[in-house]
Design a protein around this ligand. Structure first.
Ligand SMILES: Nc1nc2c(ncn2[C@@H]2O[C@H](COP(=O)(O)OP(=O)(O)OP(=O)(O)O)[C@@H](O)[C@H]2O)c(=O)[nH]1
Ligand SMILES: [Mg+2]
Length: 340
């Protein structure tokens, strides 16, 4: 309390936005458990599923079982419509539990019934409140799309729903993890989930860290609400080579996209006390150049108190052509015909 009523009223308004990560279905819930293992201080974690067994086994504390009347806690077996009916039934509880949060990351693997149905459903519902939903979709491996047409249809329906809504969808293609073919499967998913961890902690840092270059919640919301299909890149490199850092990050992309024509980018840079303004300028110039001089760039930095040889970049590259995501989720026609 100060002795100024006006300052007191500002203090009451200055609290950081509250953040939740919500895993939808099996893959989404497992991603949230990985984020918890990596540490997400100040962020509340939820798992939402139609599968009671999976919910009982997950390490995520806040759990919501949906559609138990129809699906009896057994999962949906890929039935997106049944999950949607369950979601309508459970909508009040879902929104009551999620209402306190201003930024809500929604994580789902597409192709099954639960995550595929809930990602657009909750994005739409949360957009109608004052919250900022950030839907993150893991696209199935090519072999799943080639061999299981109901998976493909679920993915297509989900992407179409999200596109129809306009606004943000962050897409990460599992197929791009094939470069880790020699790792055990759970380790491969952990690599991808570490990217998502970087996204969550960077965005939280950007809105909660007013001491450095930061972005207010309203600008972040405006930026994300206006950049539709997006993907995530993460890179780390020696601080003396900022251009190489940008190159490394862009090489590690988890979606095929047209790199040289992205209209928007949100970037977060984290370095030690030796991270200079000159280095920041070199990173941003290199990034803008590689992305074809995007019209909109939102940036945040975090400078730790100790010096560090490593600079870390996390960027959300937005406004990708819708065609790009369709290409990523739909195999070429000839291959579909072969698979039948
Ligand atoms: N990270 C991760 N992804 C997975 C895992 N299993 C499957 N996936 C991917 O996620 C997609 C969706 O699968 P699930 O998450 O199991 O499906 P669901 O949303 O629970 O839907 P239903 O079980 O059909 O109700 C699959 O096509 C895979 O590409 C997993 O264990 N971890
Ligand atoms: Mg499931």
């Amino acid at each position: 309390m100060t002795n100024s009523p006006e300052l007191d009223s500002w203090a009451a308004l200055s609290g950081n936005p509250s953040v939740a990560v919500v895993g939808l279905g099996g893959a989404g819930s497992e991603a949230v458990a990985d984020l918890l293992a990596l540490g997400i201080p100040g962020v509340r974690a939820f798992a939402v599923n139609t599968d009671a067994n999976h919910l009982l086994r997950t390490g995520v504390e806040e759990r919501i079982l949906l559609g138990h009347r129809e699906l009896r806690g057994r999962g949906s077996g890929g039935d997106r419509d049944a999950v949607l009916r369950g979601a309508v039934e459970g909508k009040e509880e879902l929104l009551r539990r999620l209402r306190p949060f201003e930024i809500v990351f929604l994580l789902a693997g597409l192709g099954g019934g639960t995550g595929s149905a809930l990602l657009p459903f909750l994005s739409r519902e949360l957009r109608q409140t004052n919250a900022l939903p950030i839907p993150v979709a893991f696209l199935p491996f090519q072999v799943e799309l080639d061999t299981n047409s109901s998976r493909r249809l679920n993915v297509e329906a989900t992407v179409a729903d999200l596109e129809g809504m306009g606004g943000f969808l962050l897409a990460l293609a599992n197929e791009k993890l094939r470069r880790f073919d020699s790792l055990p499967i759970h380790r491969v998913f952990q690599v991808r989930n570490a990217y998502v961890h970087s996204l969550v902690t960077s965005l939280v840092d950007m809105v909660e860290n007013p001491s450095q270059i930061s972005v207010d919640f309203a600008s972040l919301k405006n930026h994300l609400r206006n950049s539709d299909l997006s993907t995530l890149v993460v890179g780390e490199y020696h601080i003396s080579e900022p251009e190489r850092l940008v190159q490394e990050a862009l090489n590690e992309t988890l979606l095929d996209y047209q790199i040289d024509a992205a209209p928007s980018v949100l970037v977060h840079l984290e370095g030690g006390s030796n991270f200079t303004l000159g280095t920041l300028d070199r990173v941003l110039r290199a990034l803008r150049h590689r992305l074809g001089e995007p019209d909109r760039l939102v940036m945040g930095t975090r400078v730790r108190s100790e010096p560090s040889e490593v600079l870390r970049l996390t960027a959300v590259i937005g406004g990708l052509l819708p065609r790009t995501v369709r290409d990523a989720v739909m195999p070429p026609r000839s291959r579909l015909v072969e698979a039948r």
